[in-house]
Design a protein around this ligand. Structure first.
Ligand code: HEM
Length: 456
């Protein structure tokens, strides 16, 4: 068997200092330096970085049952979003996935397109030429309203009328992410019952989120729990093999999971897309030309999407450079096995990182360069599977993959048809690698209204 190489570091601390300073770039450096498998240490725990498409297939697909999510990750994520699809393992995961999948069938997701475009247009109607705003925040609000409406039936106008609710939810999610991040990088994680400042902050933030979700559920139950076809009614009507319904707590945790997983990621992908377009005016001009030709009369519908291939390539390239899920949850080997020429022992902890894979020069020459033409059909077909994996892979592949791609595609076209967001001076990339990948300073931008396209 081939030994797994890695850097040397001080005992116990290992590579903690480098990892805390800039995790995505540090682990990319490990792959550059040590190849397909490398070893690093973090406060007394050893991790293995898997940086090869074939080995990743083994972990996520072929041997998926032997690589569940690690207990520590599950515990820390559960503290944030409860016990839903993201944090379940084994049989429990299968059951929840079965129950949730119907809400994400293509036919359903297509039906959500109208809401996605209507809510984007409503946001654009409020935008003014020359206005300065944080695009990261604007995208977060927009994608939050889309999830709330499409999956839970909550209306944007009603949420906005509820004085300050939108801001409170945003702050609560930020606080939860921040705490999760501190715990993920801490040498020791304290129990939740201790009266620490962190635990108090988390309880307060969770209360805001739970309150929102509980009110949605109560309203729906009060209306007779009719099947409106959205995810919430599916969950309320679902019965297991014994005919039992999901408990209120189970429904709530599932909703909180989808609410958080369903908008933070997409909004980060969009914020980075505006960041990249603003810095690449030639690509931006090509995008505008495509949009103006494809959408002379108004915002897009799903029928227009095939005529907007560059918009999709821009998005794929943006998620290559800045994959919102920059590292998958840690996987733990349930039994001894091998990955290619490497021996893996029971209990070994593995990292798979889209950020690392997306910058391997073997598949993405000149990897730092923004080049949407990497995603022409021919060039995309030439890539090995799992060289590009913004949505993970195997039985735990993102359930919202199709939803997110359609939503982001529609939003890019709808926004770029009417506005050209410019970066404010001094805004630079500074990676904030928490559970999702954002920019430290957000995305402060100034809006330029575009002229209506000339009629053909
Ligand atoms: C650009 C947007 C998105 C990205 C980049 C993304 C990325 C991912 C990734 C990488 C995973 C796998 C994590 C792992 O294996 O450790 C995942 C899982 C998941 N995602 Fe997404 N996601 C996005 C949008 C969404 C949306 C819109 C929803 C729901 C509306 C969603 C819900 C979920 C759920 C529930 C899981 C857990 C699935 C399971 O374990 O069975 N995501 N996502």
């Amino acid at each position: 068997m081939t030994p797994i190489p890695g850097p040397k570091g001080p005992p116990f601390i290992g590579q903690a200092r480098e990892l805390i300073a800039d995790p995505p770039r540090y682990i990319s450096h490990l792959a550059d330096e040590y190849g397909p498998m490398s070893r690093f240490g973090f406060f007394g725990t050893t991790f293995y970085l898997v940086a090869d498409p074939d080995l990743i297939r083994e972990v996520l697909v072929t041997q998926a049952a032997n690589f569940p999510k690690d207990d520590r990750d599950v515990e820390l994520l559960s503290r944030m979003i409860g016990h839903g699809l993201v944090t379940a393992n084994g049989e429990e995961h299968k059951r929840l996935r079965r129950l949730t999948q119907p809400a994400f069938h293509t036919s359903r997701v297509d039906a959500y397109a109208g809401t996605m475009v209507a809510y984007t247009e409503a946001m654009l109607d409020e935008w003014r030429d020359g206005q300065e705003l944080d695009m990261a925040e604007a995208m977060r609000e927009l994608t939050m309203y889309v999830v709330a409406r499409t999956l839970f039936g909550a209306d944007r106008a009603a949420m906005r009328a509820d004085d300050g609710a939108t801001g409170r939810i945003g702050e609560a999610i930020h606080a939860l992410q921040d705490i999760a991040n501190q715990e993920f990088t801490a040498p020791l994680v304290l129990p939740t019952w201790l009266p620490t400042g962190m635990n108090r902050r988390r309880r307060a933030a969770r209360a805001v989120l739970y309150d929102t979700i509980d009110r949605l559920v109560a309203k729906r139950r009060a209306s007779g729990a009719a099947d409106t076809g959205d995810l919430l009614s599916m969950l309320l009507l679902a019965r297991d093999e014994h005919g039992d319904a999901l408990s209120d707590a189970e429904v709530r945790d599932q909703l909180v999971t989808l609410f958080v997983a369903g908008h933070e990621t997409t909004s980060n992908a969009l914020a980075w897309t505006w960041f990249l377009l603003a810095q690449h005016p030639a690509e931006e001009a090509r995008l505008h030309a495509e949009i103006d030709a494809a959408l002379p009369d108004g915002p897009p519908t799903t029928a227009d999407l095939p005529r907007l291939p560059l918009a999709l390539r821009v998005l794929k390239e943006s998620m290559r450079l800045y994959p919102p899920a920059w590292v998958l949850n840690t996987r733990r080997a349930a039994a001894d096995t091998t990955l290619g020429p490497y021996a893996i022992r029971r209990g070994d902890l593995l990292w798979v990182s889209p950020f690392v894979m997306h910058r391997r020069p073997a598949w993405f020459p000149d990897p730092e360069r923004f080049d949407p033409d990497r995603w022409t059909p021919e060039r995309e077909r030439a890539l090995p599977k799992y060289a590009y994996l913004p949505f993970g892979g195997g039985p735990r592949v993102c359930i919202g993959n199709g939803f997110a791609m359609m939503e982001a595609h529609l939003i890019v076209a709808t926004v770029a048809r009417r506005f050209r967001p410019r970066l404010l001076p001094g805004v630079v990339e500074s990676l904030n690698a928490q559970v999702t990948l954002s920019n430290v300073d957000g995305m402060p931008m100034r809006l330029e209204r575009r002229q209506a396209p000339p009629r053909p």
